[in-house]
Write a protein of this length. Structure first.
Length: 256
C-alpha cells in the first residue's frame, strides 16, 4: 500500500521515472552487453529494452523537447554547444504530468528553473499561453546558493555551479517572453515565496539541487494543492542527493 502522502498528491517522479512505477538503477560506469537493436532507450542514467516507446517520437513531444533543449543551458555540455543530453524520458513524464494537472484547480509552480528546459517543454506541449493558468518560475538564475548548502552538499553544489550554472536571468526572460502568463521570480527560497500571491497549485516542480530550499518549498505549497495535484521531485531518486531524499521522506511522514 503506498504511503498516504504519495497517494494524496497523485504522483511523485523520481527523476522522471516514478510515475511509471519502474525500478531502475543508475550506474554511471555500467556498460550494457546488448546489441544496439535490443535497446529501446538509453540515457539519463537508465536503459530500457524491449519497450514500445512511441510516445518519445510523437511530433508534438519532439517539438516541446527541442524547445527546452534549445534554451541555452550548459548542463552536461559546454556553453555555446547544442548537444542533446538525452533526458527525453524525464521530460516526457513531466509533460504528461502537466497535461494531467490541467484537470485540477490551480497554477503551475517551478522551484528551480535555470534556463527553463522542463518548463519550456511543458509550455510548448500544453500550449500554456492559451490556458487560464499562471506559471511561477522561482530561481536565483545564477546557480545554487552556497549560503544554503549543507556541509555534505557543498562539494557537489560548488562543482555543479562551476560546470553547469551561470547567470541566466535575461536568457530565461527571453525564453519565456512568448508566454505572458509565465512569471519569473528571482531570489532565494523561502524569502521570495512570500512576495507572490498564489492560492492554489495544480502542478509543483521542485528541482533546486539542495535540501533546505526544497523542504521550505514543499512545506509552503503543499497546503495549497488540491487532491490529485502533481508534485515532481527531480532529484529525489538520484545518488549523491541523499539530503533531499531524507528531508522529503521526513516531510511525507509529517503530513501522513
Amino acid at each position: 500500500m503506498p504511503h498516504p502522502f504519495l497517494r494524496s498528491m497523485g504522483a511523485v517522479a523520481n527523476s522522471g521515472l516514478g510515475l511509471l512505477g519502474m525500478r531502475l538503477v543508475r550506474e554511471a560506469h555500467w556498460e550494457p552487453k546488448l546489441p544496439p537493436e535490443a535497446i529501446s532507450f538509453q540515457g539519463d542514467g537508465m536503459l530500457l529494452r524491449g519497450r514500445n516507446l512511441g510516445f518519445l517520437h510523437d511530433a508534438r513531444f519532439r517539438s516541446a523537447y527541442d524547445k527546452g533543449m534549445n534554451s541555452g543551458h550548459h548542463i552536461g555540455r559546454q556553453p555555446g554547444t547544442s548537444d542533446d543530453i538525452h533526458i527525453d524520458f524525464r521530460v516526457y513524464v513531466e509533460c504528461w504530468a502537466a497535461e494531467h494537472a490541467l484537470h485540477h484547480e490551480g497554477d503551475f509552480v517551478f522551484c528551480g528553473v535555470n534556463t527553463g528546459i522542463n518548463p519550456l517543454a511543458i509550455c510548448e506541449y500544453i500550449d500554456f499561453a492559451k490556458t487560464d493558468r499562471r506559471m511561477f518560475l522561482f530561481d536565483t538564475y545564477d546557480g545554487i546558493p552556497e549560503s544554503q548548502m549543507s556541509d555534505r552538499e557543498k562539494p557537489r553544489g560548488l562543482n555543479d555551479n562551476s560546470h553547469m550554472y551561470s547567470e541566466c536571468y535575461e536568457l530565461a526572460r527571453s525564453n519565456f517572453a512568448a508566454y505572458p502568463n509565465a512569471h519569473l521570480v528571482r531570489g532565494l527560497i523561502p524569502e521570495t515565496l512570500e512576495h507572490v500571491e498564489i492560492e492554489r497549485v495544480a502542478y509543483l516542480s521542485i528541482d533546486m539541487n539542495i535540501a533546505y530550499p526544497e523542504r521550505r518549498a514543499i512545506e509552503h505549497f503543499w497546503p495549497k494543492m488540491p487532491s490529485g495535484g502533481l508534485v515532481m521531485l527531480d532529484d529525489y531518486g538520484f545518488t549523491n542527493f541523499e539530503a533531499q531524499h531524507e528531508t522529503m521522506n521526513e516531510f511525507a511522514s509529517s503530513v501522513g
